[in-house]
Write a protein that binds this ligand. Structure first.
Ligand code: HEM
Length: 425
């Protein structure tokens, strides 16, 4: 069954008793086993109605081709930053990364400069303004840059492996392994000196106010002005096109964005392998296979149920559906990453030998993830080190195997506690 544009318009204007009744994101999914509702929606059409928190009746795109079409179409804007209705309509986002990406509202106690910086968020900007700020940071996130970080990342992870090996028999892979790996790499790439690592964790992993974050950023910028390095902060300070407000805004976004996602992916990939021992054995017998398998971790364990909603600035027709100007569309990487029309048979199956390149786990198009190359290195090295360092590792429990509220209304899954036994009892 497919949905025509007329059916969608009818559904949106008269929802009572209609099979396409405006709906919310389902609550019965987990990171590795998303809700069956997404498959039903994909069957129904390229776009089906979805409610947003401000009462707006918008759409959700679940088919791979429709998702790509929306993400590459400049007629969609990032504003007004609507959030879909999901199982958790949180007052306080639990995910710092997603929270950093789009402020739900400007905190009242922020000073004036910080308020101005807060508005310069890549994920709420379009067109030339977005391109200018994005260009200012992309040079530090190329494939070549990510490669040049590999030795540092490998050494740092070896240190983390030694630390957990010597700590206790049962560890929380998210808290004790994935989180420090992501936070240390974030500091290294951005240019936060090692002696400020604990402060970074306190402010950008633990809850803190936006003003505290800006105070940290400003003090750091002062310190780094006469201390250049191979990092983002040095690039920003040397960029004559940027104002102080823009630099602080970019750093606020970068320090929050993606750090939680890397930790989530390392934890979730570990759960996927530990619950699929035959897949783990495949990689253990050929650790070179971890490099392409990272794409399968991203496809099958995508953190983003939906991306930041895009709103049509004019009437747009995609796959026979007319999306009216002003309509917000939430696109779903989780659903697109399992679309049989794109992935062929068994898209639900976790298969480390699959060619999973082209997944939407890092988004797509002009807002596609800036940090994806370094994230790939972190995930690859973290999983390789686990496979090589802990031949007897076994899963004790993982919160993410049961449905949980999303970590942020945008909507993202949470890694949760992942308890593993490192050696056989
Ligand atoms: C596994 C790890 C990661 C995942 C799954 C991830 C996912 C994403 C996704 C899905 C988007 C697009 C959002 C949208 O279009 O609505 C995005 C954008 C972004 N990501 Fe990541 N990310 C990761 C790691 C990182 C890292 C390590 C950094 C930085 C150090 C980073 C920085 C950013 C930034 C700045 C944007 C906004 C780009 C723009 O609007 O132009 N991400 N990320």
């Amino acid at each position: 069954m497919t949905t025509s544009s007329t059916e969608i318009e009818n559904a949106m204007s008269n929802t009572a008793g209609c099979p396409f009744h405006a709906r919310s994101l389902p609550s019965d999914g987990t990171p590795l086993a998303p809700s069956p509702r997404f498959a039903e929606w994909r069957e129904q059409g390229a776009f089906v109605p979805l409610d947003f928190q401000d009462g707006h009746e918008g759409l959700v795109a679940t088919r791979y081709d429709a998702v790509v079409s929306v993400l590459q179409d400049p007629r969609f804007s990032m504003l007004p930053a609507r959030m879909p209705v999901g199982p958790a309509t949180l007052d306080e986002p639990k995910s710092e990364g997603a929270a950093a990406a789009v402020p739900l509202e400007l905190p009242g106690d922020l000073d004036e400069a910080a308020q101005a910086s807060e508005l310069l968020n890549l994920l709420t900007l379009d067109g030339a303004e977005h391109s200018k700020l994005r260009r200012a940071v992309t040079a530090r996130f190329t494939v070549r840059q990510a490669r040049s970080r590999e030795p540092w990342i490998r050494d740092m992870i070896a240190g983390e492996v030694a630390r957990i090996r010597g700590s206790k028999d049962v560890v929380d892979l998210w808290h004790d392994y994935a989180m420090p790996i992501s936070a240390r790499t974030h500091c290294h790439v951005i240019g936060i000196p090692p002696q400020k690592y604990e402060d970074f964790v306190e402010l950008f992993v633990e809850p803190s106010t936006a003003q505290q974050k800006y105070d940290f950023i400003r003090a750091l910028l002062e310190e780094r002005r006469n201390d250049p390095g191979e990092d983002v902060i040095t690039d920003l300070l040397n960029n004559p096109e940027l104002t102080q407000i823009e630099i602080e805004g970019l750093l606020r976004l970068l320090m929050g964005a993606g750090r939680d996602s890397v930790a989530y992916l390392i934890a979730t990939a570990s759960v996927a392998l530990l619950t699929h021992p035959e897949q783990m054995e495949l990689l253990r017998s050929d650790v070179e296979g971890v490099r392409p398998a990272v794409e399968e971790f991203m496809r099958a364990g995508s953190m983003f149920v939906t991306l930041f909603a895009r709103t049509a600035t004019e009437d747009v027709e995609i796959e026979g559906t007319i999306i009216r100007a002003g309509t917000s569309v939430a696109v779903s990487p989780v659903a697109a990453n399992r679309d049989p029309a794109h992935w062929g048979e068994n898209p639900e199956q976790f298969d480390v030998t699959r060619d999973a390149f082209g997944h939407i786990g890092f988004g797509y198009g002009i807002h596609g993830c800036i940090g994806q190359q370094v994230a790939r290195v972190e995930i690859r090295e973290a999983i390789t080190a686990l496979l090589e360092g802990f031949p007897d590792i076994s899963l004790v429990s993982a919160e993410q195997l049961e449905p949980h509220p999303f970590a942020h209304p945008v909507a993202v899954y949470e890694a949760g506690e992942v308890l593993v036994r490192l050696t056989t009892a």
